[in-house]
Design a binder for this molecule. Structure first.
Ligand SMILES: O=C(O)CCC(=O)C(=O)O
Length: 196
């Protein structure tokens, strides 16, 4: 993968690529403003917003009636940027915003295999946090710190053979130092290939 961007893949499972500084602080602030002007859904342990298609957490699928319409302009601009930078081949049409307050996380999972295409990107906003990958067969674990404004691409083995999770904790060890988490928002970009 050559994104024409500086990237690091050390410490990540095969198929995962870390793209630092994918957006600027100004772009980050605009995204957060749009998200906070929208309606956060508080049904899960963390708040979420869905765009393009609603993901059904119970069915673990995108159901045929889940289309919410095109992405809003401020998100499709990021989707365009992901394609023009070579991070994604095809325009994503589904985005989930996850909000994590300190102490909140997301449990280990593989994104729905039949629902979404093979490349998924998570864009981190506002705070760092640790993401833990675990190889499904061997149990091997790898952890990476996701810095704000970075994009994490999951494809190949990282997408299908490893689970990913954000441990629910209030701080992380970063280069041997305890760093408190602040409010973090991630935007996960996907392309729906099948509704079930
Ligand atoms: O917050 C993140 O970076 C990951 C989000 C995630 O795993 C998901 O939306 O399925």
């Amino acid at each position: 993968m050559d994104f024409g961007l500086h990237f690091r893949s050390k410490g990540l499972p095969p198929g995962a690529v870390y793209v630092p500084s994918f957006i600027s602080s100004e772009e980050e602030a605009v995204l957060v403003r749009h998200l906070d002007a929208g309606e956060w859904n508080a049904e899960l342990k963390r708040r979420v917003q869905h765009f393009g298609y609603r993901y059904d957490y119970r069915a673990r699928a995108v159901t045929p009636d889940a289309c919410l319409g095109p992405l809003p302009e401020w998100l499709s601009a990021v989707a365009d940027q992901l394609v023009s930078a070579g991070v994604l081949d095809d325009l994503p049409d589904q985005v989930i915003a996850n909000e994590y307050l300190p102490g909140q996380g997301i449990s280990a999972h593989v994104d729905c295999i039949p629902c979404f295409d093979e490349r998924i990107v998570s864009l981190s906003l506002l705070s760092q946090c640790e993401m833990v990958f675990q190889q499904k067969q061997s149990g091997e674990k790898l952890a990476v710190i996701l810095d704000p404004r970075t994009a994490l691409v999951m494809t190949g083995a990282a997408r299908y053979q490893w689970t990913h999770e954000i441990p629910a904790r209030k701080s992380d060890q970063v280069d041997g130092m305890k760093v408190e988490r602040a409010r973090r928002i991630s935007l996960t970009f996907r392309k729906v290939v099948r509704t079930i």
